[in-house]
Design a protein around this ligand. Structure first.
Ligand code: TYM
Length: 338
């Protein structure tokens, strides 16, 4: 078993990242048996697909490293690194560019959403982004990739690329790549914006009130929950009653994910009550869960020396782990290297 996943170091870690992915990273790291390994990385190369400020990227990469460690990623047990220090990712992406098809990339919903009507004006990196993501996981023979729902399509593409490469360039008994399996949490696959129940919680939303950031203090978190958009109805007692109420469903989903209860269980407790009593309970649970993580984060993010050392050590291990697969891919393609 090999667990691999990444996160873009753009802005702060938010509740969607935490509940949708990072909490699962930590759980999988903690459950690994002897011989299995987890690799987690900052997808800083992916950040180049959109306009960015170099100084902000540097700071965000270090901050996100601090956030992951604060959430429970242990650099002594997992390999924690940033892509830019492991050139094998970019190398493998180039090798896979020969296998990935334009049509496959053109169907990616993230590409369609982000490019909108202005496809001609986008960077080439935004279009080929999912090939780099495929390289990220295939390089390490990932078997399990913990992600939120929005990354499922990219993982399916990685499987398609792996399969085509194995078919085209390998014998059946010696495939170069393992097909990765996405691992998506049931209760928190898609945490939505606090301002709009039909949009996912995201770093790129211009309104900070739309998301809970790990760096928010307790008062800010409570205020964001208090101001979260809702409807005037009390909570239903059954899940079916949430069907047409995306904002209510989102808040109940967040409560369920934080408490470890099912949505049905939360509704058994709060059904019939209004948001006036539910929101404070949710805010309290949120502060209780994220408070200790935030405290560790605030302390570690100022410690540049420790963060640099963590990333350097992780990158050295990652280069070692990825080298055999990259060499096998070069060989399979008939590229001469000595
Ligand atoms: P990114 O940086 O947007 O998000 C990191 C992780 O958080 C999850 N996530 C969410 N889950 C639930 N609800 C939300 N509102 C929400 N927002 C984000 C994402 O699904 C993701 O798991 N392309 C990736 C980074 C990446 C990657 C990889 C992931 C690069 N290479 C290889 C896995 C494997 C991204 O931009 O995630």
């Amino acid at each position: 078993m090999r667990v691999v996943s990444g996160i873009q170091p753009t802005g702060n870690l938010h509740l969607g990242n935490y509940l949708g992915a990072i909490r699962n990273w930590v759980a999988m790291q903690d459950a690994l048996e002897d011989g299995a390994e987890a690799l987690f990385f900052l997808a800083d190369l992916h950040a180049l697909s959109q306009p960015h400020d170099p100084a902000v990227l540097t700071a965000a990469t270090l901050e996100m490293t601090a956030a992951l460690v604060a959430c429970g990623i242990d650099p002594d047990r997992s390999v924690l690194f940033n892509q830019a220090q492991v050139p094998l990712h970019a190398e493998l992406q180039w090798l896979l560019n020969g296998t990935a098809r334009m049509g496959w990339l053109g169907r990616m919903t993230q590409w369609k959403d982000k490019a909108g009507k202005n496809r001609e004006g986008q960077s080439v990196a935004l279009f080929t982004y999912p090939v780099l993501q495929a390289a990220d996981v295939l390089l390490y023979q990932a078997t399990h990739v913990p992600v939120g729902e929005d990354q499922k399509q990219h993982l399916e593409l990685a499987r398609d690329i792996a399969q085509k490469f194995n078919n085209d360039f390998c014998t059946e008994d010696a495939p170069v790549f393992t097909l990765p399996e996405p691992i998506i949490p049931a209760e928190a696959a898609r945490i939505m914006s606090l301002r709009d129940g039909s949009a996912k919680m995201s770093k790129s939303d211009p309104s900070d009130m739309s998301r809970i950031n790990l760096a928010d203090d307790a008062d800010t978190m409570a205020q964001k929950i208090r101001k979260a958009r809702t409807d005037p109805e009390p909570l239903p007692s059954e899940e079916a009653g949430l069907a047409e109420r995306p904002e209510a469903r989102n808040l109940v989903g967040i409560y369920a994910a934080l408490s470890g209860e099912s949505v049905a269980g939360v509704l058994r407790q709060f059904g019939g009550q209004g948001f006036g009593s539910f929101k404070p309970a949710l805010a309290e649970l949120l502060v209780e869960t994220l408070g200790p993580i935030r405290a560790r984060f605030v302390e570690l993010k100022e410690d540049r020396e420790t963060l640099d050392a963590i990333l350097a050590r992780g990158a050295a291990k990652a280069r070692e782990r990825g080298a055999p697969t990259l060499a096998a891919a070069y060989r399979a393609l008939g590229l001469v290297r000595h």
